[in-house]
Design a protein around this ligand. Structure first.
Ligand SMILES: O=P(O)(O)OC[C@H]1O[C@H](OP(=O)(O)OP(=O)(O)O)[C@H](O)[C@@H]1O
Ligand SMILES: O=c1[nH]c(=O)c2nc[nH]c2[nH]1
Ligand SMILES: [Mg+2]
Length: 165
C-alpha cells in the first residue's frame, strides 16, 4: 500500500520562485566552488541555482531510487539505490542539490559519498529533513509532490461533479 495519501502539484512558476529563494539562502553561505546535481530531479533546480549564483562548474551524481508502483496511478515505490555515476573528492565547497528529500535514503547515500558537501533541496519531508543543510518548503510525509516536468495541462472535473465518487 502506498504511504502517500495527498497530492501536492507544483507549477513551473512556483518551482522557479522556490529555487530562487534557495539561491538567496545559499548565496549568503558561500563562496562555492560549484554545484553537483543529483539526477534527475536535481537537474532543473541546479540550472536555476547556477544561473542565479553565477556558478559555471556543474557536475552530476547519477542515482536511481524509485520505480513505478503497482497502483498504476503515477505514485512510485522505492527499490535498491543504484549509483550510475559518482564524483571525485569529498565535496568540500560544493553544493549538492536535489529536488526533494523524502525518506532520506538518497540523501544518506550521497552524504556518505561526499561528506563535506552542502546538501540543499527545495522540498523536504520530515523523515529526510535532518539530512538536509538548507531547504525551502516542508511538506508532510504522506504527501506526494508532483513536479511540473511530470505533469501536463488537462481537464479538471468540477468539484460538485466529483461528489459521491
Ligand atoms: O529521500 P528519498 O526517499 O530517497 O527520495 C528522494 C529522491 O527520490 C527522487 O528521485 P528518483 O530516484 O525517483 O529519481 P529521479 O530524480 O530520476 O526522478 C527525488 O528526486 C530524490 O532524489
Ligand atoms: O516526484 C516525486 N515526488 C515525491 O514526493 C517523491 N518522493 C520521493 N520521490 C519523489 N518523486
Ligand atoms: Mg532524484
Amino acid at each position: 500500500m502506498t504511504p502517500y495519501s495527498k497530492d501536492f502539484p507544483v507549477s513551473w512558476e512556483e518551482l522557479h520562485r522556490n529555487a530562487r529563494a534557495l539561491s538567496w539562502r545559499l548565496l549568503e553561505q558561500g563562496p562555492w566552488k560549484g554545484i553537483i546535481a543529483i539526477t534527475r530531479g536535481g537537474l532543473v533546480p541546479a540550472a536555476i541555482l547556477c544561473r542565479e549564483m553565477d556558478i559555471r562548474l556543474i557536475d552530476t551524481i547519477c542515482i536511481v531510487s524509485y520505480s513505478e508502483g503497482e497502483t498504476g496511478e503515477g505514485a512510485m515505490k522505492q527499490g535498491d539505490l543504484n549509483v550510475l555515476k559518482g564524483v571525485e573528492g569529498d565535496g568540500e565547497g560544493f553544493i549538492l542539490v536535489d529536488d526533494l528529500v523524502d525518506t532520506g535514503r538518497t540523501a544518506a547515500k550521497v552524504r556518505e559519498m561526499l561528506p563535506k558537501a552542502h546538501f540543499a533541496t527545495i522540498y523536504a519531508k520530515p523523515a529526510g529533513k535532518p539530512l538536509v543543510d538548507t531547504f525551502i518548503t516542508e511538506v508532510s510525509q504522506d504527501t506526494w509532490i508532483r513536479f511540473p516536468w511530470d505533469m501536463e495541462y488537462t481537464f479538471s472535473t468540477p468539484l460538485a461533479d466529483r461528489q459521491g465518487k
